[in-house]
Design a protein around this ligand. Structure first.
Ligand SMILES: [Fe+2]
Length: 608
């Protein structure tokens, strides 16, 4: 019996981005939210998740003093393993390397002074972080200072172990194996886990920086004119529009190899090592320059036309990623037989890769947690520490509505603001009618979602049958390229009739795995099907997990014969999901949406 607060701290040498908090009571997650939902800055870099902590504790009816442990998804001790590589990267910095290559007597003194000053600054920073992390206590003190009243210990969980725990425990598998792939943890960027005799994750294999598939894909994404660590989904969606060609695939093969029988079945270190920047981050400028030289073509600037060259590079990168991860899963299965595979880390956001893994005979089953990137570290760390307190952390997460609900009564708010509104007897039927009439509906219901996807709590909905809905919803959300399809929310009981390979009873509640759409359905639901490869990224919705949302899709199904709706996230351009009622109302009136539903209270732009 324990109360564990998991956090991704987001400051000072710890994992810097995606701060979040998660409360686990007796092994069960009861509340979780990202700090960005409060700060309103996407991924809230460098911010301690103070507001997220306050929310999860309130939701669980606890105070800081009631906690048995604070779990951090990052290990202070393991951080020291970075030192050799970081020192090496620092000394290999192009400025210093250029100076070292200067002919004797030809030293450019002002430049030398600048380069040495920059190197000294970086070295000072490195020493500062080393001092901070040399003992776990100092790191723990830094966390405790931000949690006044804390009496419980701060426990550090290695980054990849926290990712693995976030996948293995909720999966509901008897013998789960976790594959973790991301940009960088403390020093590792790939790892494989099974379960030890005591039920905890046990590491089987590990791959360290510079062999990082996350860095590899981020570098390609930057070259293609999208933002690394954010625009990877665009690279993935662009890939099916390209094809194998010697110029792209051949060139890439110089720096990225798949080596099926090697201990590490892939190697991208030739690309990543020369591009390591401050604190072992990816120096995107250097990465783009290196790729421009490799492809013998300048990088695409944001907004430039996408050419066949760009499409083929996206294709080559996605193809490489799929082959590399397939080889990794195959080599794990060669030793153990078909796997009950779970997959976490930022690379697991690649839903097309997950489609490939799902179809592998070496993976009997596949579970990818909704918060599979670093936001989920708070969840994984808390589950791991709860298990060490003797709690059973193996609770399924049939939905992720673990965040805050409406901050105020929507009806009262609308009345105060003199905004006409009504509460129909059958809200689901009314939403379905509006959708079938071609209206765009902003749907705000219950507690908000934890993780990167809108899953029927803060969603924008539209009719998937109408191709023109893609343009119309794009006008509302303002930030998507027309060639990127939307995903659907689909009645779980009908998933196998719409999607190839989906079994009756199969669960896919988080929109992280792509599926192939059956031919007879693809043309009926063009707004949610990728035109180049007939895939879709669905959320299977069950009546048990999300009754109100299930009722809406059921009503739409009754009306139209189509058991799904288009679902995208309810947020303004470049903002996190809306959190408060006021944010929802403001976004509604500043957008081209037609209907707003706030916990069953309707606001219409046109009179009914
Ligand atoms: Fe990670």
């Amino acid at each position: 019996m324990s109360a564990v607060l998991g956090i991704n701290p987001g400051f000072g040498g710890f994992n810097y981005h995606d701060p979040s908090a998660c409360l686990v009571i007796d092994g069960k997650p009861v509340a979780a939210v990202e700090e960005e939902r409060f700060t309103r800055v996407k991924s809230a870099p460098g911010v301690f998740p103070a507001q997220a902590v306050e929310y999860v504790l309130n939701a669980g009816g606890l105070t800081v003093a009631d906690l048995d442990a604070v779990a951090v998804g990052y290990s202070s001790d393991a951080w020291l393993e970075r030192l050799p590589l970081e020192t090496r990267a620092l000394l290999a910095h192009p400025d210093l390397a250029a100076l070292a290559a200067t002919a004797p007597g030809a030293l450019d003194v002002p430049r030398a002074r600048e380069a040495l000053a920059a190197a000294t600054r970086r070295l000072g920073d490195l020493l500062h972080r080393t001092a901070l992390f040399e003992t776990g206590e100092r790191a723990a003190e830094r966390i405790a200072e931000r949690l006044p009243g804390l009496r419980a210990p701060v426990r550090f969980v290695r980054h990849h172990r926290a990712h693995a725990a976030s996948a293995m425990h909720p999966a509901g598998f008897a013998d789960p194996v976790a594959l973790v792939l991301d940009g960088l943890g403390e020093i590792e960027c790939g790892s494989l886990w099974d379960t030890a005799a005591d039920g905890a994750p046990r590491q089987l294999r590990r791959t360290d920086l510079p062999n990082s598939l996350g860095y590899f894909y981020a570098a390609i994404t930057e070259y293609l004119g999208f933002k690394g660590w954010e625009g990877e989904g665009k690279t993935m969606a662009l890939a099916p529009y390209g094809h194998a060609d010697a110029a792209a695939s051949g060139a890439l093969a110089e720096l990225a190899h798949v080596v099926p029988d090697a201990p590490d079945p892939y190697d991208v270190s030739g690309l990543v090592l020369p591009c390591l920047g401050e604190q072992l981050s990816l120096d995107t400028g250097r990465a783009v320059a290196l790729l421009a030289e490799l492809f013998q073509a300048p990088p695409r600037r944001p907004g430039d036309t996408l050419t066949e060259h760009h499409r083929n590079i996206a294709w080559a990168a996605q193809d490489f990623l799929e082959r590399a991860v397939t080889a990794t899963v195959r080599s794990a299965a060669a030793e153990r037989g078909p796997l009950e595979l779970t997959f976490a880390g930022g690379v697991a956001l690649n839903c097309k890769l997950n489609l490939v893994l799902r179809q592998l005979p070496e993976a009997r089953r596949l579970y990818v947690p909704g918060p599979c990137s670093d936001t989920g570290l708070s969840l994984g760390a808390a589950l791991d520490v709860a298990a060490s307190h003797g709690d059973d952390p193996r609770h399924p997460l049939p939905h992720l509505a673990l965040g805050p609900g409406a901050d105020t009564d929507p009806e009262k708010y609308l009345t105060t603001m003199t905004i006409p509104h009504h509460r129909p007897a059958d809200p689901a039927a009314e939403v379905a009618r509006h959708l079938a009439d071609g209206k765009v509906v902003m749907w705000y219901q219950g507690r908000c979602e934890f993780g990167p996807r809108a899953l029927g709590s803060r969603s924008i909905l539209a009719d998937p049958r109408r191709e023109d809905m893609v343009a119309k919803v794009n006008e509302v959300v303002k930030h998507r390229e027309l060639w990127r399809p939307f995903g659907p929310s689909l009645l779980a009981e009908h998933a196998h009739t719409v999607l190839k390979g989906a079994e009756p009873g199969e669960q896919a509640p988080y929109m992280v795995v792509a599926y192939q759409v059956r031919e007879e359905w693809a043309e009926r639901i063009p707004a949610v099907v990728h035109t180049a490869d007939a895939t879709t990224r669905p959320q299977f919705v069950t009546a048990q997990a999300l009754p109100d949302y299930h009722a809406v899709i059921s009503a739409f199904h009754q009306l139209t014969g189509v058991p799904l709706v288009l679902n995208t996230s309810f947020n303004d351009k470049d903002e996190p999901l809306v959190r408060t009622v006021a944010q929802a109302v403001r976004h509604f009136y500043s957008s081209a949406a037609d209907v707003l539903v706030l916990d069953g209270t309707f606001v219409l732009k046109e009179a009914p």
